[in-house]
Write a protein that binds this ligand. Structure first.
Ligand code: ARG
Ligand code: ZN
Length: 515
């Protein structure tokens, strides 16, 4: 079976959401600004022009995508005032940023793809700028001193175009659905619709105002604080998030949505936005959200944000969902995964959104945890049989046992698995969402649980969620928590699970690679 068919089997099994994007699209551009890991010299611009003097270096130091972000400043808050037409599609607006300089800046860059920049001001004064290759370079006058707080205003607009992600074979950015436009930006697509410091290390609060033609509706992260009928044809919606959000996690969508409200555990409001073309049958799994939240609060600790909900968009071919903060976004085709995908995206609010990766190479910390939560939910519902079947199936695929018949021998079967599913600690930078990130990542957590016992295991999850809440963490931070809670050295365990080509055995379950 060729590799894609094998992944299709995984997806059909309802276990993983790595479908290739997405809905019908305008032309896709590829992104010139992001070089392969290691190839972008930190002190040159994306066009290779050396930055002299006291310019902040471009890039935020990500080991996989060094061109993303900029380490010279930290955005505190973003305010967008947009006009959006999802059909054109077009987006026009002003972005206001409150920023802290981390170094002295005579120049700095925002990640910004192909929309047009009309005007840039720094502290109210027009600032020279240039825009090319996915970077908007701004030269403030006077120079910004290290530690200074400053304001940036950018007027921009045009037709938003999603682009081929550097990290995976799918489109990322502001995507057009059947009657909608929605953000699906992991990991590097936010710059297709706003200028931004595009790395999870720079979280900010957001206030998003968008004016749209009636009866279109705007949904976004946070709380809807204002709905103003501007005239008989247009309405302005204002959404506000007080908790900081990583750029790729900002939810934003315009479409024919119907809002459905309920009250979740601890009085947390749940507001769902369902595209009015989605059949009610497909929405049944969302009825369990409140119970899922109660279970996850019990298991991981307090829900990190002020509200939750799900946004379902009508798409032709988007078998994936994205855990956009406080409002997860689902393509129609992802709903085939039922409660698995719903609990997966909810789990990311703790693991991914509150605790975010500090470096994209640590993506298993997001997807392994969310995948393992799917199994925890089955166990909680009393479906231990399906939990065990899913775990065994995942192990068989990852170890190669699943390919025994096809490969005609254990050595060949193991080799197929190792070629298709590299160890999750070191995914290929152009295949960031490989199934191994999900399955071997999830299996690692189950193996850890069997080794340390339930008390320590759930204590580890709660300690990790609490210690790094609203921040960033790396694999090392997680290992520190494991070793702190258990008092034992786990370096061999993590090396084997994250970096060895062959998946370790799980003796407690009698699982091992075929020999
Ligand atoms: N973080 C998403 C998830 O919950 C994966 C998004 C991948 N993107 C895509 N276009 N398939 O699994
Ligand atoms: Zn996920």
């Amino acid at each position: 079976m060729p590799r894609n068919d094998r992944l299709a089997v995984l997806m059909m099994a309802g276990l993983v959401m790595v479908a290739a994007c997405t809905a019908p699209a305008p032309t896709t551009t590829s992104r010139p600004s992001e070089a392969a890991p290691g190839s972008a010299a930190p002190n040159t611009t994306d066009t290779g022009v050396p930055l002299e003097g006291i310019h902040a270096a471009d890039g935020l130091g990500d080991s996989y995508y060094p061109a993303l972000g900029n380490e010279g400043y930290d955005i505190q808050s973003v305010q967008l005032e947009l006009r959006v037409d999802p059909e054109a599609p077009s987006l026009q607006g002003t972005a206001d940023y409150l920023v802290t300089a981390l170094e002295t800046l005579d120049s700095f860059t925002f990640d910004f793809d192909t929309l047009e920049v009309e005007e840039v001001a720094v502290n109210g004064a027009e600032a020279p700028h240039s825009h090319s290759g996915g970077e908007l370079r701004i030269d403030p006058e006077p120079v910004i001193e290290a530690g200074e707080e400053f304001e940036v205003t950018i007027m921009y607009g045009g037709a938003p175009v999603p682009f081929e992600s550097t990290a995976a074979p799918f489109r990322t950015g502001l995507v057009q659905g059947l009657d909608s436009l929605f953000a699906f930006s992991e990991p590097d697509g936010t710059s297709s619709w706003m200028p931004i410091n595009d790395h999870p290390l720079d979280k900010a609060t957001y206030r998003i105002a968008a004016t749209v033609r009636n009866p279109l509706v705007v949904a976004a992260s946070g709380t809807l604080i204002e709905t103003e009928l501007v005239d008989e044809d247009t309405t302005r919606y204002v959404w506000e998030s007080n908790d900081p959000i990583a750029p790729y996690l900002v939810a934003f969508a315009v479409g024919d949505f119907v809002r459905a409200d309920e009250v979740g555990p601890s009085e947390i409001p749940i507001r769902n936005y369902f595209d009015d073309d989605i059949e009610p049958d497909l929405l049944v799994p969302f009825a369990a959200q409140s119970e899922m939240m109660a279970f996850l609060i019990d298991t991981f600790g307090p829900y990190p944000f002020d509200q939750y909900g799900s946004l379902v968009v009508d798409t032709v071919d988007l078998g994936a969902a994205l855990e956009t903060q406080t409002l997860s976004t689902y393509g129609r085709q992802s709903l085939a995964l039922g409660e698995d995908v719903v609990v997966h995206e909810l789990a990311h609010q703790w693991f991914g959104n509150s605790v975010s990766v500090g470096d994209w190479s640590d993506i298993w910390l997001n997807e392994g945890f969310a995948t393992y939560t799917q199994w925890l939910w089955l166990e909680h519902k009393g479906d231990a049989d399906r939990m065990n079947t899913d775990i065994e199936f995942a192990y068989d695929v990852m170890s190669g046992a699943f390919y025994l018949a096809e490969a005609g021998g254990a050595d060949a079967a193991r080799q197929i698995a190792q070629e298709s599913f590299p160890p999750p600690g070191r995914p290929a930078p152009d295949d960031l969402f490989n199934a191994s990130i999900y399955f071997r990542g999830g299996l690692l957590l189950h193996a850890l649980r069997l080794e340390v016992g339930d008390d320590d295991f759930f204590n580890i999850l709660r300690t990790y969620a609490d210690r790094h809440a609203y921040g960033n963490a790396t694999t090392e931070d997680f290992v520190d928590v494991v070793e702190g809670v258990t008092g034992s050295d786990f370096s061999l365990f993590f090396d084997a699970w994250l970096f060895e080509p062959e998946i370790p055995p799980i003796p407690e379950l009698g699982l091992e690679p075929p020999r």
